[in-house]
Write a protein that binds this ligand. Sequence first.
Ligand code: DSN
Length: 415
Amino acid sequence: MSLKNTDPKLAELIKKEQQRQQETLMLIPSENYASEAVQQAVGSCLANKYAEGYPRRRYYQGQAYVDQIEQLAIERAKKLFNVPHANVQPYSGSPANAAVYMALLQAGEKIMGMKLSSGGHLTHGHPKITFSGKFFQPVQYQVGKDGWLDYQAIEKLALKHRPKLIITGYTAYPRIVEWQKFSAIAKKVGAWLMADISHIAGLVIAGVHPSPVPYAELITTTTHKTLRGPRGAMILVTQKGLQKDSQLAKKIDRAVFPGLQGGPHLNSIAGIAVCLKQAASANFKKYAQQIVKNAQALVKELINQGFELVTGGTDNHLILIDLRKQGVDGKTAAVVLEAAGLVVNYNTIPYDPNPPRCPSGIRLGTPAVTSRGMGELQMKKIAHWFKQAIDSRDSTKELDKIKKEVKALCRKYPL
Ligand code: DSN
């Protein structure tokens, strides 16, 4: 029986969410639209199957086809990222990072990652309340006052604390990460280097952001952001990683299963295989290039409209607006913008004087609108709507008007 007949209430809620996604502009930089092919793989019978273990080394029978599916995802990941080993089983980005720490470290050892308020991630050592900050000893670096990575300060901190693992890769950093500088710092202090490229994986394989592969021993990434796949994640072990420890691939696999997870989600793994096939195409390369072109077009017009951006612009898919000049906090602005059909994150800016629940910034990005086929002209329009919506934040009538215009644009670029 169909979902609609079995559970009409839930079916209706999904329909409404689909309509919301269709009629509003998804500008959250970590969100994207997975293709129909990816969705079919994720919604397939593979969700019914248990397969604890790895291809040809399972603890369940009935593996004839799922072994081939997981192997396909592994081979595609290795080829696309040019790495000798890939684990495609992590349920998402946080378990992927946890598995790396579990493979490399003993509880209580030092990890060094970027502070959340500077654009890091909870799993990069956020103190006290996260597994990474509770079970390991976190050292946190920040961006400089200008919002850019300050490699000298990072090196100084690393030399002082001598962490066992250095984590690079961010959730709110709009600039190119210079992996080679991190690699030099890690070498100096004898640390492992892990690059979490969840946000920029699609840009990396398309060559529009440098690849960390020659520099980091380990790379983690989610698969649903610029990569446009299903919810899921991967851990990649580089040649450099294997040179440092020939057992590294084995250690990673053991940390994922049985260390941290049980049965892999084979439907997600199949979705990963599909998205990696799509990401290997020439079209995907054009798509990733357009993400960056769109972000830069958006930057240009936001600046024309009087907005101040952290670091003054972007090199990737992501923009961080400092709203203090507009006299509105990020949370209020995000609510107002949503009322106008523009869905963004409220976000801290570096050295934010305001608390995370009511920060000074907005984080937005172009992966999803680019997936819809929008280009630089539409980015200009979006920047105008931003200004209009924030200026007329007390007028429901004005916000409704913008929302109608947004809806009309969305209709021209269906999902
Ligand atoms: N939740 C992701 C993001 O929005 O950047 C990071 O995990």
